[in-house]
Ligand binder design. Structure first.
Ligand SMILES: [Zn+2]
Length: 183
């Protein structure tokens, strides 16, 4: 299985760090890259081919940066996983797909289930916010393979403990979700 991993927002935070929590110096771009890099190592250990790209250009809108969807489509990825961190003070994980019917929906359900099964036992406040269709997300709309965008938790809530201390568990859960889907 060829897995394309897209940690959200701009590499190094310039020009777009994603959401931030100034109180604890956390930036979404850094957390997403940490989870994506670890996830890629677990997937490679499981025999997958992995390509990772974090870039400010998702679908051609910022030509000075490498284009995420073009790279994934040209590489012939079997699955596409965009990794993000939420903001707004809620708790838990939610995973978006183009449509809850079909392969993208199944991939989303596999990743969502693994995240909740892995993290809720550590912190019961971590909620299963579910799988949701969001066809207007450009990484979901413009990719040619089953694609998901996973929001692993909230940067500005009590999820911060999980996000900072259990990044390895988050990465493993995403990797297991992808391999569950492929079986
Ligand atoms: Zn984001």
């Amino acid at each position: 299985m060829r897995v394309f991993l897209n940690p959200g927002h701009a590499l190094g935070g310039r020009p777009d760090p994603g959401c931030t929590n100034p109180r604890c110096q956390l930036r979404e771009c850094d957390l997403a890259l940490t989870y994506g890099s670890l996830c890629g190592k677990y997937l490679e250990a499981a025999g997958c081919e992995v390509k990772l790209l974090q870039s400010h250009n998702l679908a051609g809108e910022s030509p000075g940066f490498p284009c995420v969807v073009d790279t994934a489509n040209a590489w012939g990825a079997d699955v596409f996983i965009s990794i993000h961190v939420n903001a707004g003070g809620g708790r838990g994980a939610e995973t978006y797909c183009y449509s809850t019917e079909g392969a993208g929906g199944r991939l989303a359900a596999c990743i969502q289930n693994q995240l909740v099964r892995s993290l809720a036992p550590i912190d019961p406040g971590y909620r299963d916010r579910g799988v949701k269709a969001h066809p207007s997300f450009c990484v979901l709309r413009n990719t040619t393979m089953p694609a998901v965008l996973v929001e692993v938790g909230f940067i500005d809530s009590d999820d911060v403990g999980l996000l900072t201390l259990h990044g390895d568990g988050i990465a493993r859960a995403i990797a297991r979700g992808a391999t569950d889907y492929w079986q």
